[in-house]
Write a protein that binds this ligand. Sequence first.
Ligand code: C2E
Ligand code: MG
Ligand code: MG
Ligand code: MG
Length: 282
Amino acid sequence: LAKLSSPNGLRFYDPAVQAELEAKTELEHDLRLAIERQEFVLVYQSQVDNFGRIIGAEALIRWEHPRHGFVSPGTFIPLAEETGLIVPIGNWVLEAACEQLVDWANDEHTKHLTLAVNVSAKQFQQPDFVDTVSSALTKSGASAQRLKLELTESTMIGKIDEIIARMHQLKALGVSFAMDDFGTGYSSLQYLKRLPLDQIKIDQSFVRNLHQDTDDKAIVQTIIAMGHSLGLNVIAEGVETLEHWRYLNDLQCHAFQGYYFCKPISAIEMVKRSLDPPPMLA
Ligand code: C2E
Ligand code: MG
Ligand code: MG
Ligand code: MG
């Protein structure tokens, strides 16, 4: 990056770098306003059992930017984490997810569905996080038993005893926990044993090349076997093909999520989907 000095001491940067910085500043500014402007929506990706029946969904956030259109969470979630905006955004997600659960609870076809919500490390670390979850449940009237919180291994960095204590407080409310992107972080098996987890989600990077990469195959086998012996429910994400599903099913993976079954869709489409017959494994 060419850094030039002018006689008056001002420094000029590479215009491309400058433009990128300005774009980021603008995005951050817009992100601050996005909640009150109601630019966020949740979409839902179904999770299915061994028979392909929908048992629940994961809530995934979408940002409809007034000028740039759809901004992917891969772009704005890291920015939200960097700026702390993930806290109010995450709280909005929790409230919206709980309201969705109440909608589903009122319909015969969807009342059994669970809903998984992504919780970022910074959000989980807020001193009032337990209260936040508790009041989202109370305000909406959602059943805690239907709400699942997805944590990542990055949440487990820090004072592990405090993290475990907080997880127990949340479990006392009735919510359950999934470890997202399992296998990509650094959580030791020692921690895994102590954490009050209900489910591990095999990261999609291992599932993607299942049929080309024998290492990925071995990793997936090991994660599922470990889940079984620790009494954890195991879900695979990024299931894109019938071959993926068949292979994972043979290993007795419990649940599945991925484009093979359904892309993330609106709440309305989700209700329609729950009426469709499940796909065939044959
Ligand atoms: P994640 O929680 O691991 O979510 C799975 C991501 O994989 C989603 O991307 C989903 O659309 C995508 N996906 C699902 N099935 C397939 C498949 O078969 N193949 C492929 N290639 N991809 C698949 P999305 O919606 O873009 O979200 C990306 C990440 O952004 C999420 O990863 C999560 O870490 C984060 N995120 C999304 N919504 C929220 C939220 O409400 N709060 C927080 N803190 N993070 C969120
Ligand atoms: Mg997730
Ligand atoms: Mg994941
Ligand atoms: Mg991810």
